[in-house]
Design a protein around this ligand. Structure first.
Ligand SMILES: Cc1cc2nc3c(=O)[nH]c(=O)nc-3n(C[C@H](O)[C@H](O)[C@H](O)COP(=O)(O)OP(=O)(O)OC[C@H]3O[C@@H](n4cnc5c(N)ncnc54)[C@H](O)[C@@H]3O)c2cc1C
Length: 420
């Protein structure tokens, strides 16, 4: 059996950004501010990716210009406290920031295929309630986190550790009705949550995968918290069957955990579940292989590159691949040093062999270990900003992104940051 159909061809634009998470927000802003016509495709009805749909916070460890701008807007609304924030206000202000930059936001629209001419991407096919549409453009930026666009275009990629195993997934959730004072005071130890969970695990009330990964993060301005407590292993976030199984199992686990918290943790007696994240928290899938692959050694040496266009200032944070126990944090000392960042080279955003496409965010070109550091939302937004600036310049000059010099990208970023 075969299948074919004619689909409508949209008007050409300069840059299409696929995915509206931290990287996509940075990319769309960077490209629009570089003077390009930009359309952003996002499968949900709001921006933020893991920052909102994933209920992941705090926003990690960086000071990229776009993130600072967004957080200034959140602070002005009383919706941020340091790098903690209210996810609902994040959605609102991310919209406003991109609309002001002139970006066309296409929500409820998923990337589903690429249009190619030889090894060059010529546009994307999008799926929405309007049906399938072919959308031509000069440059695509893949900010889907999973490298969906680059993989469809035939880019090479790796997945996980050398044995193919990837970090576990987590369904984040939000609870209210907690007596935070009582919780903080019942034991003077950062391990209080882990101790309570050990009791719950020993009693069989929660699965062995439940551990105090990062505890819980109070959402500013409220008495509710977002909670990150369960690692579910063996899931490939690019496989719909795996994702479905994980959504089912982690949802069951959230209900076991909330009951256990009420039973074992002082301060949680009256606590209730507000919601679970709209999207399962996937930590790792494809790393698109670019002109350079960032390595653990680069992180350990806090390496600076001539073509550095983004920065990571977080240590390697790898959650146990079998889901049991706590995350290992290595290279902490490096980031306490004098120049506490590793540069992310422009080459990490340029996939090998495929033209007219850049990648940014979680799927950038890195080893399993190096992505374990730079997967934080700050560096992802920073990479997005750089990819956006490069794509904007390439589209305006009608050349390939790999022909843009890193110096030109750095200069454009400086110009945007100075005028931002
Ligand atoms: C449980 C968990 C806890 C974490 N904790 C922290 C933390 O405390 N601090 C921190 O800084 N980072 C944390 N991280 C890491 C961080 O959240 C991610 O690595 C980061 O959000 C990646 O940014 P991104 O923009 O590349 O991808 P995402 O945030 O995943 O955004 C991708 C966007 O693309 C959209 N998309 C995907 N595919 C398509 C498609 N085909 N068509 C259209 N749209 C599509 C998605 O809907 C989404 O909006 C955590 C991650 C997890 C899973």
């Amino acid at each position: 059996m075969s299948y074919s159909r004619e689909i409508p061809l949209g008007e050409e634009t300069d840059v299409i950004v696929c995915g509206g998470g931290p990287a996509g927000i940075g990319a769309a802003a960077g490209a629009a501010r570089a003077g390009a016509r930009v359309t952003l495709l996002e499968q949900y009805g709001f921006l933020g990716g893991m920052a909102t749909a994933g209920l992941v916070l705090p926003f990690g460890d960086t000071q990229p210009a776009i993130a600072r701008e967004l957080f200034d807007r959140l602070e002005a609304r009383g919706a941020a406290n340091g790098w903690n924030y209210d996810p609902e206000t994040f959605k609102l202000e991310a919209n406003e920031l991109l609309l002001e930059a002139g970006v066309e936001l296409r929500f409820h629209t998923a990337f589903c295929d690429v249009m190619m001419s030889g090894n060059a991407v010529k546009g994307v096919v999008a799926l929405s309630k309007s049906g399938l549409e072919a959308l031509p453009c000069r440059v695509v930026i893949d900010c889907t986190a999973d490298g969906d666009v680059a993989a469809s275009a035939g880019a090479e990629f790796s997945k996980g550790r050398s044995d193919g195993r990837m970090q576990p997934v987590t369904l984040m959730f939000r609870m209210g009705g907690i007596d935070l004072e009582r919780y903080r005071n019942y034991e003077q130890s950062d391990d209080r949550m882990e101790k309570a969970l050990t009791k719950a695990r020993d009693a069989g009330d929660v699965s062995p995968f439940t551990c105090s990964v990062m505890g819980f993060v109070p959402v500013p301005g409220g008495r509710e918290v977002v909670i990150n407590l369960s690692n579910f292993p063996g899931i490939d976030g690019t496989n719909a069957r795996d994702l479905s199984r994980a959504e089912i199992e982690t949802r069951r686990e959230v209900f076991r955990i909330t009951a256990a918290l009420r039973k074992y943790v002082p301060g949680f007696e009256q606590a209730y579940l507000i919601d679970t994240a709209a999207h399962l928290g996937v930590r790792e899938t494809r790393q698109i292989i670019g002109e350079y692959v960032l390595t653990a050694e680069d992180i350990f040496e806090a390496k600076k590159f001539e073509d550095g266009v983004a920065r990571n200032i977080f240590e390697i944070d790898i959650h146990p691949l079998d889901g049991i126990g706590r995350a290992s944090h290595t290279a902490k000392e490096v980031f306490r040093a004098k120049e506490p960042w590793v540069d992310i080279p422009y080459r990490c955003l340029v996939p090998r062999k495929i033209d007219n496409i850049l990648v940014a965010g979680r799927c950038f070109s890195a080893t399993h270990e190096a992505m374990g550091a730079a997967r934080r939302m700050g560096p992802c937004m920073d990479m997005g900003h750089a990819a956006g600036a490069a794509a904007g310049l390439a589209a305006r000059q009608n050349i390939k992104p790999r022909e843009i010099s890193a110096a030109a990208v750095q200069q454009e970023l400086q110009r945007q940051n100075a005028s931002g």
